[in-house]
Design a protein. Sequence first.
Length: 334
Amino acid sequence: MAAPARDDDLAVMIAVPTLRRPRELARLLDRLPATIEAAIEQGSCARVDVVVIDNDPSGSAADVVRSASLPVRYAPEPQPGLSVVRNRALDESACHDMLVFIDDDETPAAEGWLARLLDTQRVTGAGVVAGPVRTVIEGEWDPWIVAGGFYARAHRSGLQTRDRIAGAATNNLLLDVAAVRRAGVRFDSRFGATGGEDSFFTAQLGAAGVEMVWCADAIVEDHLLSARQTRAHALVRSRGMAAAGVRVSLALAEGAPARRARVRARGLCAALMRIAVGSARGLGARVSGSTRLDAIGARDIARGVGQLEGVIGRNRALYGLDVGGAPAVREETS
């Protein structure tokens, strides 16, 4: 892999996809100057540009961008879909060395967020660097949601900085623009409304030989909207993520009928097992009164149903729809 550009001429673009979240977008744009200044002062890069890609045809983010305290490029993208928006970010960053994705409902947990991503990329030479996402709310969590581990992201908890990873979400992600260009990978439009576009994208990068690593200290906080702080939304999210995972595995096996058959068989077995185990846990919860058993059982069933949907090819369009009054869930792996 080619050596990364020198720090004293490294150009970075931060891309913020947004869809009808003006208040959350304003909060993020208010926090970005400090992390950008820290990265430049520490010598992690020379220049940072910010682009907001507005997927709302009515342009609801335009006023927020105009009133931001830092220079921001406004890029309206009326064609709906996660993949379209993320591909627009790839195009917007064509003259930059690094592209960093962060979602509009997130904020860096510390001023050093950007510098840590960049420094990890410089040390490792990796084409992809991903960091943790920590979900936070105002007020107290529903104990049932906590007990079910719906936002725990436990599968990433043991990773250390520079550990290799096989895939990542785009809600806290750095891409080496040249590495992505050499790989010839774009976000697939088939996942534009359902989620999973980021998992498929990074899996394709990995298959093309692009190294992907973890940066444990580059944390962003996901500010969960109040309308999403419900058990119903937590279950919909789990179901959608499970379905997207199977769809991604099937897409990666295209052109290999035997492999696709194995993916379907494994997905079916896993789905039935999750539903059975979840049902047993739910029964145990009714007998014992255990909140933890009830929540984990419900989560198991939701994931099992999602896996079944993925196996049979049932696509549930979530992006841009409303779940409890809030923009719908997005697939994520970090």
